[in-house]
Design a protein around this ligand. Sequence first.
Ligand code: ADP
Length: 184
Amino acid sequence: MTQGFTLWLTGLSGAGKTTIAIELERQLADRDVRIERLDGDTVREGLTRDLGFSKVDRDKNIERVTFVAKLLSRNGVGVIASFISPYRAARDTARQETTNFIEVHVATPIDTCAARDVKGLYAKAFAGELKDFTGVNDPYEAPVSPEITLHTERETLNESVQTILTYLEARGLIPVAEPALSIS
Ligand code: ADP
């Protein structure tokens, strides 16, 4: 059995964390790896639905997710966690507490995220209708030395996913993909 890991995607809203996490999970499906995907939006509908977006609440959100990731990753599960997780200290705690923590900075610039505006939140934040919105009127502390940095403004989704898969293979955390059969 392969070891567990905690692949932690951090970045601004709309950076591509969820999209990458879903595609990564899909591509890992046929590699015989046990995966659990934890996503900011879905976790906030359940485990952390009592929390808001103050610094205290954001820290509690990540603290609870870290606890879940710790239990799973130490039991051989590959955790894909996609959370804005704007505070460096909270991510560093996750690094210390979980097994094989890998920080992935989805470093999409804010102008690209705002142009995508998947949920219409940037427009509201720039109009002053939303407070505590990361990158606009709330801090985002970028990782200092992430294991992986992705640039979705100039990479395709598949390229970003492939970067992660190659890294996980190199670390021996997932089986190497079998080469496609070529018929000559
Ligand atoms: P986040 O989870 O970081 O808030 P989402 O994944 O929900 O971001 O949204 C990212 C948006 O950007 C999606 O609409 C996705 O289709 C789009 N997108 C465009 N190019 C890329 C890319 N190369 N990688 C990931 N997402 C991309």
